[in-house]
Design a protein around this ligand. Structure first.
Ligand SMILES: *[C@@H]1O[C@H](CO)[C@@H](O)[C@H](O)[C@H]1NC(C)=O
Ligand SMILES: *[C@@H]1O[C@H](CO)[C@@H](O)[C@H](O)[C@H]1NC(C)=O
Ligand SMILES: *[C@@H]1O[C@H](CO)[C@@H](O)[C@H](O)[C@H]1NC(C)=O
Ligand SMILES: *[C@@H]1O[C@H](CO)[C@@H](O)[C@H](O)[C@H]1NC(C)=O
Ligand SMILES: *[C@@H]1O[C@H](CO)[C@@H](O)[C@H](O)[C@H]1NC(C)=O
Ligand SMILES: *[C@@H]1O[C@H](CO)[C@@H](O)[C@H](O)[C@H]1NC(C)=O
Length: 791
């Protein structure tokens, strides 16, 4: 009985406790009509536990960052910042206006940033104990949260969805957008990229999970795991897993650091006042110096420098005789401190220069000459007498001359060989002329960097131009743009001939052959299905280095609709390429056998091929023209996903116009007219071939078929055009019920096909437009007449 009487008291006590805690929490709320002012005492709000705070953080004399930070540690590490990471002056305000508008205004009251969810009114803002800063509505629902707009850091409890991005800051204490990105892409791939700084355009990928799908999220869970997970719960990839340090005793954060390394950090919570510090728990990628390989750009460090990695920290160093342009920003690279060698015939100055030797050092992509079977002495003499030569790399009797600026420099035991850097012996001689020379050089550097950025600019212009026609569609389908992604050469493996001979049982099981190669089936542990396809090339001119450069360019292309190159063999006369094995064979086999694929399968295949081609055409640094698109060069995987094979081979095999012309003369095939009439070969040749292939996919028949009753039908593109012209498209898909109930799409696809095979290359759409039309994001207009066919 006493207990029953006691019960209401307990209840009211509980209630009092509860309302007390609400009271305590409201202190960390920003309510309607409240503002915080940069530079004043009350310029931030802490979370209820005090562990995190939101408000203004002073970065420089008159520069404040609107940010969230760890509030209980001396470092006050910044987690997130607003306003594109830009600083605002003293007197700036962040305010929640009385009509529910959350904004940052400068001292004159001009709005410079806002976080207003469209069409909703914010009731209050709160800094939560998780480190998440939220704007909430009347019903306490989150309308906006900093966890969904990350800058460079993620915290335990944070989840990133597809299309999320982290951008590294510029320098440890400069929060503006830097040179590296971490993207969870639209296609599910989680990728680390260098960028074409100062733009946000991605340059080259240096790490990725290489997994593709939808509904993927990156989760930093409360036990300290950072995982990529599919929405069905499957863990796609574990990026970091902290099983040692508890949340109770340690703070955690994961950051894409300014140096491009994604690090998971921990910090002991109760280490007394000042002894604690952030320590690195894991790093991704494991060695950034070796991973960044870019044809454009300086690499993991700046130009004329080299990169080393000790397992935790990346360091950039200048070569002997060079020094940092800006020691506080080493990514700007190194300048030469001595006067360059004279190119004057009479005073070659060969005796004034010498070499500084460094082992295990290399700069891929900076070569301009290559010699084989030479001695090191010969190599250094050759460089000494060449005023363009700034250094050489020597390895196993091979000598590469390097030009400036050197890029992608790295020093690592796995590199092998040695670098010899040419420097002036007596650099004292440069001092008298120093001032003038230095001016000249800084001018040169400026000109060089202008040229460099203008070539980036030029690429951008090209890209913009390519997109211009498709502009409206690009806008209505922003996802289309994200389709393009790439990964680095990280998994490209160099095989010995013997390994591949054994793997293919002595090259016995032939899968197919073409003019320049034979493909064999092979067995290799650690590959999907343990199977590979080995392509033996029988016509490759050029040196090993060139072959490897080309192969690595191919290897960097990674897309769901491209057959992935796994490795290569480059031994003596033998050049082999190793690809993933495609269990369903070629599209030609699938399309032209008696039991045809279903209409929806064909639609998927057509879109897949178009996307693969789009990727080859518009990927930023080097465009690849395939030159040989046909059903025999499209393979199908287990799930009938179409993958383009043999891309990049045109360049590798040096198939130039003349070779191909003689080989194809007189056949009206997949080949556009410009091959015959000396017009420039552009990406539009692939569009033409794609058009022919698309018609084959729609009709499930070959481009030529002599076994037809009516001679009008022998040449597919002519017949298809006639059927279109006479509105008899049903004839093209006779006996195909599924297609017949989808005649609208059949018609659109035929029209797209006809657009692609226009004689005038400029009349053909770009692959981007083709993809948009195939996917129904862009209307297909009536194609012009193909006058030559209507006889
Ligand atoms: C913040 O303020 C709102 C509205 O005044 C209130 O309903 C809510 O309980 C408060 N929340 C916190 C965490 O203080
Ligand atoms: C940070 O770096 C950027 C890029 O170099 C520069 O424009 C900006 O002025 C720097 N900000 C500060 C506060 O130094
Ligand atoms: C975090 O993820 C790991 C790995 O999936 C799992 O074992 C652990 O239980 C998760 N922790 C929480 C709090 O969800
Ligand atoms: C979950 O999704 C992934 C990726 O989409 C897939 O590979 C896996 O088979 C799925 N697992 C289950 C149990 O459905
Ligand atoms: C890495 O760099 C940080 C900051 O410069 C330093 O505190 C730390 O000791 C370095 N770690 C190693 C392993 O050198
Ligand atoms: C040449 O320059 C380097 C680096 O600037 C310096 O260490 C060296 O002492 C100089 N040598 C002479 C002969 O002045």
């Amino acid at each position: 009985m006493a207990f029953v009487q006691f019960y209401p008291i307990l209840l009211s006590l509980l209630f009092a406790l509860f309302s007390l805690s609400v009271l305590a929490q409201t202190t960390s709320n920003i309510t309607l009509g409240t503002s915080l002012t940069a530079g004043e005492d009350d310029s931030f709000r802490a979370s209820p536990s005090g562990e995190f705070a939101f408000g203004f953080k002073q970065i420089e004399e008159d520069g404040f960052l609107l940010a969230t930070w760890f509030n209980k540690i001396p470092e006050e590490t910044i987690v997130w910042s607003a306003n594109g990471q830009n600083l605002t002056p003293k007197g700036s305000k962040v305010e929640l206006t009385s009509n529910g508008w959350f904004q940052l205004v400068d001292p004159n009251g001009k709005q410079i940033w806002n976080a207003n969810p469209l069409g909703t009114e914010v009731a209050y803002a709160a800094m939560l104990d998780s480190g998440n800063f939220v704007l909430r509505g009347q019903d306490s629902q989150n309308l906006w949260q900093s966890f969904e707009q990350p800058t460079d850091t993620i915290l335990p409890g944070q989840v990133l969805n597809q299309q999320a991005q982290l951008v590294a800051r510029y320098l440890p204490t400069n929060y503006s957008r830097g040179r590296f990105q971490f993207n969870l892409q639209d296609d599910g791939n989680l990728v680390l990229y260098t960028t074409f700084f100062p733009t946000d355009h991605v340059n080259s990928a240096y790490w990725s999970t290489q997994a593709f799908g939808t509904g993927f999220s990156l989760i930093f869970n409360l036990s300290g795991y950072i995982i990529l997970r599919a929405d069905n719960g499957t863990i796609i990839s574990t990026i970091s897993s902290n099983t040692m340090y508890s949340r109770k005793d340690f703070y955690q954060r994961a950051v894409l650091d300014y140096d491009g390394v994604f690090r998971h950090y921990i910090y002991p919570k109760n280490s007394g006042s000042s002894t604690g510090s952030w320590s690195t728990f894991s790093v991704t990628p494991s060695n950034i110096c070796l991973r960044v390989n870019e044809e454009m750009g300086s690499g993991a460090c700046g130009f004329n420098s080299y990169c080393t990695f000790d397992g935790t920290n990346k360091s950039c160093h200048c070569l002997n005789g060079y020094s940092f342009i800006d020691p506080s920003d080493v990514m700007q690279g190194c300048k030469q401190d001595f006067v360059s060698q004279s190119c004057d015939q009479t005073s070659r100055e060969t005796d004034l220069f010498d070499f500084h030797e460094m082992s295990n050092m290399e700069w891929p992509f900076s070569d301009y000459e290559h010699f084989q079977s030479v001695s090191e002495d010969w190599c250094t003499q050759e460089c000494l007498s060449d005023c363009f030569c700034s250094s050489i790399v020597f390895k196993d009797g091979e000598c590469w001359k390097k030009k400036q600026p050197l890029s992608n420099g790295r020093m690592d035991p796995s590199v092998g060989g040695k670098a010899l850097i040419k420097i002036r012996k007596d650099n004292a001689t440069l001092i008298p002329e120093d001032i003038n020379r230095d001016n000249d050089r800084s001018k040169l550097i400026i000109i060089g960097s202008t040229l460099l950025s203008s070539s980036v600019f030029f690429n951008l212009v090209l890209l913009v131009a390519a997109c211009l026609v498709a502009y409206r569609c690009c806008r209505s389908n922003p996802k289309g743009d994200q389709d393009v992604q790439l990964t680095s050469t990280m998994n490209l493996r160099s095989f010995t001939y013997e390994e591949l001979r054994q793997g293919t049982k002595g090259f016995t099981e032939e899968l197919g052959r073409g003019a320049f190669s034979i493909v064999y089936k092979g067995f290799l542990p650690d590959t999907p299905g343990n199977l590979i396809a080995v392509k033996k090339l029988n016509m490759v001119k050029g040196s090993e280095k060139e072959f490897e450069a080309e192969v690595s360019a191919i290897g960097r292309r990674h897309h769901r609709n491209l057959v992935q190159l796994l490795g290569f063999c480059n031994e003596g006369e033998d050049r082999l390429l190793v690809y993933e094995f495609m269990s369903r064979g070629t599209l030609a086999e699938f399309l032209f056998k008696d039991q045809r694929p279903t209409w929806s399968q064909r639609v998927d295949i057509a879109i897949g091929i178009a996307k693969g081609l789009l990727y080859l055409h518009e990927e930023c640094s080097t465009h690849i023209i395939h030159c040989d698109i046909k059903p025999q060069n499209v393979l199908l995987d287990d799930s009938y996903i179409a993958k383009i094979s043999d891309f990049g081979l045109a360049k590798l095999l040096k198939i130039d116009q003349t070779v191909t012309t003689t080989a194809i003369r007189g056949t009206k095939g997949y080949v556009a007219a410009e091959w015959f009439n000396n017009k420039p070969i552009t990406m539009k040749v692939d569009v033409y071939s794609f058009g022919v292939l698309l018609l084959e996919v729609i009709c499930c028949r070959k481009k030529f078929d002599l076994n037809v009753e009516d001679e009008h039908e022998v040449v597919l593109i002519e017949w298809a055009y006639e059927c279109f012209h006479h509105r008899r498209l049903d004839l093209l898909v006779e006996n195909d019920e599924e297609a017949q109930i989808d005649m609208k799409k059949v018609e659109e696809y035929v029209m797209i096909g006809i657009w692609c095979i226009q004689e005038d290359p400029s009349a053909r759409p770009t692959m981007k437009q083709v993809v948009l039309m195939l996917e129904g994001f862009m209307d297909v207009s009536n194609p012009p007449d193909l006058s030559s066919f209507t006889s």
